[in-house]
Design a protein around this ligand. Sequence first.
Ligand SMILES: C=C(O[C@@H]1C=C(C(=O)O)C=C[C@H]1O)C(=O)O
Ligand SMILES: NC(=O)CC[C@H](N)C(=O)O
Length: 892
Amino acid sequence: MSTTSKLPPLPRTVILDYYDSYTNNILTLFTKLYSDEEVLKKVVVIKHDRYTWAEFQSAILPSVDCVILSPGPGRPDKPADIGFGLDLLRSHLVPILGVCLGHQAIGVAFGAKIINTPRITHGHVISVAPVRPAKGLFAKPEWTEAGEGGFDVVVYNSLTVDSASLPDELEVTAWSAPKVGSERTIQGLAHRDYPIWGVQYHPESISSTRGPDLLRSFLASVHTFHAQPPSYPALPEHIIASCSYRVTTPPAGSSRRAGHRPGRGTPMVSPYPTPPISREGSSNSRTEGRGGFGRMRLVERRYGDIGRHENTGDVFQAVVKAQSRKGKERVIGEVWLDGETPTRPTTTSLATPLFLLTYSLSSRRVALHRSGASPVSLSLEEETFWAWFGEGQKWLSATLTPGVGSDREAPGGWKGGWVGWMGYEMKSESLAGYARRSKRVRGERNGDAAEREEVDAAWAWCDHILERRSDGEWVAEGIVLDESIGSSGHTDEKDEGGGMIPWLLSVGITFASPQSTFDTWSADISNTLANVPAPTVLPVSRLPDFKPVSTGQEYKRRIGVCREAIRQGESYELTLTTKFTATLPPSSSSSSTAAPALSSSPADIGASDGLTDPLSLYLHLRTANPAYYSTYLHFPTLPSRSTSRTQTTAAGIAIISSSPERFLKIEKGVVEMMPIKGTRARVKPGACVCRSSTEMGDYEERGGCLGGERCAEWAREEDRRIGEELRLDPKERAENLMIVDLIRADLLSSCPPSSVLVPKLIALESYGVHNLVTTVRGQLAPNVGVVEAVARCFPPGSMTGAPKLRSVGLLEGIEPDEGEEGRRGVYSGCLGYFSIDGTADLSVVIRTIVLKGDQLSLGAGGAITWLSDPEKEWDEVLTKVRSVVGKLNGVA
Ligand SMILES: C=C(O[C@@H]1C=C(C(=O)O)C=C[C@H]1O)C(=O)O
Ligand SMILES: NC(=O)CC[C@H](N)C(=O)O
């Protein structure tokens, strides 16, 4: 901070949120000056349309000391975008600070015009110079040092207040420092008589300087306006309750969140009642002998050196696949959280789920799938699936006896529990303010509707998993009934765990087995690991031919539509996507087609209704494009349509994923997100780039390829150069920054503001492609559940663009709403696990093939900004697709 001027007590502040994705970041400016506790008592974020102007005047304004008008999509001269903001400004009852859209509203409220800014840029750093002599907020002592050179800030605007139309009441307090060839624009405004100030730039951006100084100047002015009272009261309850996020700070001195496993010897007081025990046995063969349950505990069995060097693919086949073949009944699923990267250590988890839940948005029905039984379903009433699932997860975590069965602190990771995905369309139940588009939710109610319902979310429960740790050791992990704890404390199960738990218990589901079942299972594994049989499913030699659903020309046309929306101020960045599809050839037993050869052995043909085992595709992908979140999930009994039969068959759904992108991880109370933005193709090892290398001078003069090791060295050098070029590219950095600011704001809805930090900003990661990756972390607030934290950030900002809500709506209008591109489905959603112990790790579903019946689909896209070049963007899409499928035939 550039000054030591005394901080006034914190006034009660309402931040009116115009559905921007950056609004919450203003909170972090406050916590640079005041404690979290103070800020959470005195500052609230309220959606601008939560109250009418009359309500706001009577119920809110009398109890607040100042208002901040947030940034936002759209225009301040459009009533739907600005709500009662102009009335509030004209009434000037309390001091007001407008940011970006809020700043532009100040212009409009007093008669100025809004025009396009001469240089449209979003997420770019510019220099701002306060006018001399200093005016408005910039006249405060904090700013005396801001020299003529100005200070750096980030801008996110397409529009600006037209300086030619500025009324006398308003004065300019800052301009953008002029750049060669571009006009200066208004960056700061003040009303000459009323306590109203505005800034066009975003002081809350991670890459803006002097944000806290601006806030400090504003709060000092608010304090002067209120005649400097010694303190301000806390906000009344009803205003705090209308805050759009709701986090509490951890109790002083505690670094762990409530509900997290306390250390040994610390009694855990569960906020949830003990689950009832003694359920009726079920008809499910796998759950037989798994009587009822009380509390559960985690157990593990380590295999030491046995199998340490085994290939995970072979073990997967020996353990999970073998189980699929053994039983009379088809197993409900095969799970392989693989994680295969050359550079970052990861664990691998293999499991055969006990049961599977699927959810369909159109019917709002949850279906329970078990092996050997027809699905049963439950309709959700008012609740969202997120809330229903989240309550269940909380209850399950709370049934876990802490510390028992483990002789050390658990190493984290998946300890069993849920594995699955939330499809992109689950946004309709998570995104605040989302209005369902009628076309998308029209349920199919006729005939075999249930058969054709989309699976919008799928979560399988696994109580036994086999894990390969990053040091190579294999460990069996289990959730078992805690027989050491009596059956006292039963309560009426109806109110427990929301709606999920009573329902699952009533249909005979058990979540854990007795220790003896785990012992038998883990002994079997031990035998298998001691002598891993040769794999029976082999990788395909290449993937089937993928074709774009829309042409490059059509995609480029859509880019034009995106850019126009950005020009109009509707969005700052739009992640536009499309689909590529392929059809599996008929299984080799019934086909004479040679290519692509699905070279699995005859033993598996027939494993999926005559289609070749989808595992063979994944076995190829995991070596062709290894990724941190490489995953294979197969649920063979889920209905899916197969074109070869023109009718619904139960060929199942398989997820064949090589996602490099972390959506969100929660471990020991820390939430971490790692958005990727910025992609370039790599120079493949073995490729000769002697001809194209820009550094090497003329190819012909040099006498051609350098050959041998020197050629390889140039290829590596060229690869490094491309990576570095990406890292320094202002357009790519801007795309990344826009999402980083968005992710920070997302995390602020689950974490105390001061805890949200960016340990790594725009780092280069080079796996299948070069990518720019940022790490954002926060401390999960004690009152926010794990699933709830995910819901508050869903859908992943890197798949929507910013501001999220408006961008999602725009994309629904730009991407087709019918046909194969009609829904993004699993692509663009998140995939991973919710461990029973409260840990979660989810990827953003990209670089992922979804197989339904014999139809393969692969989504790909990229972030479109005003500066996007349609040709390059289409190339980027093709680069991403090729990183998964290899060659793409017939695509220009
Ligand atoms: C949209 C995709 O990727 C997203 C967009 C990226 C980009 O614009 O550079 C990078 C990773 C993803 O967040 C995709 O891979 O399909
Ligand atoms: N970040 C903002 O608030 C943007 C305001 C307005 N929609 C513009 O594009 O100029």
